[in-house]
Design a binder for this molecule. Structure first.
Ligand code: ADP
Ligand code: MG
Length: 250
């Protein structure tokens, strides 16, 4: 079943009083419960697409539609989309002074699902921390303060686990991670997916490394604001051998 349908999406941004088209007619279908990888070289528009799906108002949609579970969500705002179950991790998570992970997550949870008491929330947090094999005290730490790349990703995974969205967009979750951290984050994603097979994951990356640990059901390749090729996990191996050049030349 198609859960997210993007139809002929054109997106532009105003820069120096001129509009610049970044996405040039994207068509993309993501099936419910799939792990769908979106790959492409730097600057091809992957993060722009992620931001637009999530409702970032910085970008303007000049043409096309975004349909989620049969509903036209093209013009909805970030919080409305979040309440429909769409989630996005941040490519460059910010440090927030004086806010513990626990409090940050509780606020985020309540924004989506309404008020929850301390004990109820503790139960959810403990359960998810256990799935992710996180230390008990992890959520008492201040958000992103002094975190290594791997720890930032862990806190993102905990956020994903606690909010338990229908549709998760993971943008460059693999960036800046060494192989052990990458393996650990991939394992977390696989465990969460195992616990909740209904969850759809759109995983965005320009390296194929993470896709050795997380097997995508489908793969779409974006170059210069267009989806130029689609396939399954086997296409990943071709990319490794040939890079993106062979696609661009066609
Ligand atoms: P990717 O995530 O594939 O690396 P991006 O979506 O970040 O690509 O960027 C695609 C293109 O759009 C790049 O040329 C980038 O400079 C431009 N772009 C993206 N966001 C902005 C912005 N907020 N302002 C100006 N240009 C932008
Ligand atoms: Mg990007």
């Amino acid at each position: 079943m198609i859960q997210l349908e993007i139809k002929n999406l054109h997106v532009e941004i105003i820069e120096d009083n001129k509009s610049k088209e970044i996405l040039k007619g994207i068509n993309l279908n993501v099936d419910k419960g799939n792990i769908h990888a979106l790959m492409g070289p730097n600057g091809s528009g992957k993060s722009t697409l992620a931001n637009v799906i999530m409702g970032n108002q910085e970008y303007s949609i000049s043409k096309g539609e975004i349909i989620f579970e049969g509903k036209n969500i093209t013009d909805l705002k970030v919080d409305e989309k979040a309440r429909l179950g769409i989630f996005m991790s941040f490519q460059y998570p910010q440090e927030i002074e004086g806010v513990t992970i626990r409090n940050f997550l509780k606020t985020a949870y309540q924004n989506l699902y309404g008020k929850i008491n301390v004990m109820e929330f503790k139960k959810i947090l403990d359960e998810k921390s256990e799935i992710l094999k996180l230390d008990e005290n992890f959520s008492e730490r201040y958000l992103n303060k002094g975190f290594s790349g791997g720890e930032k990703k862990k806190s993102e995974m905990l956020q994903l686990a606690v909010l338990n969205p229908k549709f998760a967009i993971l943008d460059e979750t693999d960036s800046g991670l060494d192989i052990d951290a990458l393996r650990s984050v991939s394992e977390s994603i696989n465990l969460l997916k195992e616990k909740n097979p209904e969850m759809t994951i759109l995983i965005i990356t320009h390296y194929k490394r993470i896709l050795e640990f997380i097997k995508p059901d489908k793969l779409s390749i974006m170059i210069k604001g267009k989806i130029v090729m689609e396939g399954n996990a086997e296409l990943v191996d071709q990319l490794e051998e040939k890079g993106y050049g062979w696609i661009e030349e066609e």
